[in-house]
Design a protein around this ligand. Structure first.
Ligand SMILES: [Mn+2]
Length: 335
C-alpha cells in the first residue's frame, strides 16, 4: 500500500479506468480517485472503454459526466494508467492500454487478479476496492469531500452485498461509519441504488417466478425468460442483471439458473442463422463445493465456481432445463 501511496503522490498525469460493465464499486472508485488526484494537483482523466457503460442506478454519481467513454484520449500513452476494481488487462475492455502505458498501477480486491500492473495492490479479503481506496486516500491526506464519500460508500454498499456478504468485515463497517460521520447520506444512496428498479424489470421478475421450474428435490431452481416475456413486460434486454439472485435466495436452493432469450436480429457467435433460438444461461451456486463453472465449461462457457454462464444456440429451453437438471443432480449427489 505504501508503494501505491508514494507512486500516486508523485504522479502528475494519470488515466484512471475500471472494468467493462462497471458496477458501483468500479464507478465509485473511478470518481473518488479522479477527484483525489485533482486535489493533489495532478492532471487526471477518467476513461471507460465500455460504451454501454453506466447503469441507471449509478448514473446519479457526481462527476461521472467527465469520463471519456469509448476511444481513449490521444495522450493515453503519456499517462500513468491506474486501474481500479479490474481483475485483468482484458477486463478493461481495451487491453492495449496496459501495453502502451508507461506505467500501470493496479488497485483491486479480486483474489484472482492477474497482477498485470507494474505496481499491484490486490487485497482479496477486502469487501470492495472502495474500502482499499479509502485507506489510500487517507494516507495521501486527501479531503474526503461529499462527492468522494458518496462514491466510496456506493462501492462498499454494492460489493459487500449491502453489508451482508462474509467479506463485510468490522473494518468495512468502520469505513462506512466514518463516511457517514463525514456527511454521506446513506439512506439516499440506498434509495438511488436499490429502490429505482424499472417497473418493466419487476414485471419480468414476476413472469420468471410464476413459470420457474424446481428440480433436484428443491435444490435446483430454473427460471426462463423468452422473447415473448420481454415483450409482454415491456423490458429491454439489459434488464436481466441480478434476476437470478431471486432464485438463489429460495430456501433449500443450492443452484439457481436463469435461461433468457437473446433478441432476434444480430447473428451471434454459435448461431447458424438469425432465426435459430439463442439463450444465455446464468448459473449461481450457494457454496464453493458446488462448482457450476464445470457445467458452463461443458457448453463452452466460463466463469467462477459459484457464478458462471454459457450460451446455447439451437436448443429449446426444455432441452437446456434437461441438461441442467442432469448436470446439477450429478454434482449434488457427489456432495
Ligand atoms: Mn469490486
Amino acid at each position: 500500500m505504501d508503494e501505491v501511496v508514494d507512486a500516486l503522490r508523485a504522479e502528475k498525469r494519470v488515466l484512471i479506468t475500471c472494468h467493462v460493465k462497471p458496477d458501483g464499486d468500479a464507478l465509485g472508485c473511478l470518481i473518488a480517485l479522479h477527484r483525489a488526484m485533482q486535489q493533489l494537483g495532478a492532471d487526471s482523466v477518467m476513461y471507460l472503454a465500455d460504451t454501454e457503460a453506466i447503469a441507471p442506478e449509478f448514473s446519479w454519481l457526481g462527476g461521472l459526466g467527465e469520463a471519456i467513454i469509448g476511444s481513449p484520449p490521444d495522450d493515453a500513452a503519456a499517462r500513468t494508467l491506474v486501474t481500479v476494481d479490474c481483475g485483468s488487462a482484458e477486463r478493461i475492455g481495451n487491453e492495449v492500454l496496459v501495453e502502451k502505458a508507461p506505467r500501470t498501477i493496479n488497485i483491486d480486491h479480486h483474489a484472482d487478479n492477474t497482477r498485470f500492473g507494474d505496481i499491484n495492490l490486490v487485497m482479496g479479503a477486502s469487501s470492495s476496492t472502495a474500502e482499499i481506496l479509502y485507506s489510500i486516500l487517507n494516507k495521501l491526506g486527501v479531503e474526503i469531500t461529499t462527492e468522494i464519500g458518496e462514491a466510496l460508500y456506493t462501492g462498499i454498499l454494492v460489493d459487500s452485498g449491502r453489508f451482508q456478504y462474509s467479506s463485510a468485515s468490522a473494518q468495512t463497517f468502520r469505513v462506512a461509519a466514518e463516511l457517514i460521520s463525514g456527511g454521506v447520506d446513506h439512506a439516499a444512496i440506498f434509495h438511488h441504488v436499490y429502490e429505482t428498479v424499472p417497473l418493466a424489470k419487476t414485471r419480468l421478475l414476476c413472469r420468471l417466478l410464476t413459470n420457474m421450474t424446481i428440480a433436484c428435490d428443491g435444490k435446483l431452481a430454473i427460471g426462463v425468460i423468452g422473447r415473448n416475456d420481454f415483450e409482454l413486460a415491456g423490458a429491454g434486454n439489459g434488464l436481466t442483471e441480478g434476476l437470478v439472485d431471486n432464485l438463489r435466495a429460495i430456501e433449500g436452493v443450492q443452484v439457481a439458473a436463469l435461461i433468457y432469450a437473446r433478441p432476434a436480429g444480430a447473428l451471434e457467435p454459435g448461431q447458424k442463422n438469425r432465426n435459430e433460438p439463442l439463450y444465455r444461461v446464468s448459473l449461481r451456486s450457494s457454496s464453493e463445493t458446488l462448482d457450476v463453472q464445470r457445467i458452463a465449461k461443458a457448453k463452452s462457457g466460463g466463469g467462477h465456481r459459484q457464478a458462471a454462464g454459457f450460451t446455447a444456440a439451437g436448443e429449446t429451453p426444455e432441452q437446456i432445463i434437461a441438461y441442467l437438471t442432469e448436470s446439477v443432480s450429478g454434482i449434488i449427489c457427489q456432495d
